[in-house]
Design a protein around this ligand. Structure first.
Ligand SMILES: [Cu+2]
Length: 355
């Protein structure tokens, strides 16, 4: 292979079927991730050292023993905390009109610099100042009314996944179309079907408007509800920090290694329900793998019966699903993208299970 072939760009790989087939082996090397690798892996050396003797070190359940970052992202600087995003649901304001329940939400687009890994700043576009935007939650059959205010310097929309009229679809050129800076509109539709959906900006260039941070999870609960559980929202995302149309940082809920540094606390034996959304841009696939356990998997959450009993799910862009499980043992259990490169670049964390 000529050395010049190695400079093939990720965009060109994806743009050509023949190139993609021939180039899959090249993909990893051709992604300009080196700088971020070095930056994110700096801490790895110390944690891996000094345990050559075999046997389980006494601190095995305390230390992660895996690469992470030097330092932490201060949630006060970002104005949002991945730990809180996990269990933070916006159920809107309920009003009754003509015998119907209406849920009113308000989303404001805002340009805002956020920190996605310690010292790694990203000029984000946000809904309500956070990435991902608020997790909106309604019940099947209710009316949803979303007031959208564009406080950003760019035109934006909100496009909801679901079943609704074209006029409420939130895309340029249909209905109210793009909302200009300083403008506002209201989207209204019925909450259908029940399941796990998402919302995101649909202005062009589309990949940029999504990758900058304008997205969030949208849960429609079945009318009869779901069994009581500890419910967690995980939006799998990534950040192109050097404008090369590829991600340098990967995460769940935006901050690289957030749940590596502060494991998600869950109780042994309790039903845990994860709402997992893949909103990654620039990479065709993402995945979710859990260690030492299996889960029931409900793709898009639209059926009452699980499709799979597995420990790994692969998701394309915009795919999402509900994962249900119980942890039978106490301890620390890793979860990460089984696209292993993403795990090294931030998409890795732990559950800490206690009695
Ligand atoms: Cu936008």
């Amino acid at each position: 292979m000529k050395s010049g072939d190695r400079k093939i760009s990720r965009r060109r790989l994806l743009g050509s079927a023949a190139g993609a087939t021939a180039g899959l082996g090249l993909l990893h090397e051709s992604i300009p991730h080196r700088g971020a690798h070095d930056q994110l892996a700096r801490a790895a050396g110390e944690e891996h050292g000094g345990r050559g003797g075999g046997g389980v070190p006494s601190e095995a359940h305390k230390g992660a023993g895996h690469r992470g970052t030097v330092g932490r992202v201060d949630p006060r600087v970002n104005g949002f905390d991945p730990q809180e995003i996990l269990r933070d649901y916006d159920r809107g304001r309920v009003v009754r009109e003509g015998g119907r329940t209406i849920r009113e939400f308000e989303l404001v687009a805002e340009d805002r610099e956020i920190e996605v890994a310690p010292g790694v700043k990203f000029a984000a576009w946000t809904y309500n100042g956070r990435v991902p935007g608020p997790t909106l939650r309604a019940t099947e059959g209710e009316r949803v009314r979303v007031k959208f205010v564009n406080g950003s310097n760019h035109p934006h929309t909100i496009h909801f996944h679901g079943i609704h009229r074209d006029l409420s679809d939130g895309i340029p050129g249909v209905g109210v179309g793009n909302i200009e800076p300083g403008g506002s509109t209201t989207y209204e539709f019925d909450a259908l079907p029940f399941g796990l959906h998402l919302y995101h900006c649909h202005s062009t260039p589309l990949a940029e408007h999504i990758a900058k941070g304008l997205y969030g999870a949208f849960i429609i609960d079945p009318e009869k509800g779901r069994p009581e559980a500890d419910e967690l929202v995980m939006v799998m995302n990534g950040f192109d920090t050097n404008f090369d149309l590829a991600n340098e940082v990967y995460a769940v809920n935006t901050v690289a290694f957030a749940y590596h540094d502060s494991p998600i606390q869950v109780k042994r034996g309790q039903l845990v329900r994860m709402y997992v959304v893949n909103i990654l841009e620039f990479d065709l696939l993402n995945s979710f793998h859990l260690h030492a356990n299996f889960f029931d998997y409900y793709p898009t959450g639209t059926k009452r019966e699980p499709r799979d009993f597995t420990d790994t799910v692969v998701m394309g862009q915009g795919e999402r699903g509900i994962l249900e499980l119980r942890f039978p043992f106490t301890g620390k259990y890793m979860f990460h993208a089984h696209v292993s490169e993403f795990a090294d670049l931030g998409w890795m964390g732990f559950f800490e299970v206690t009695d």
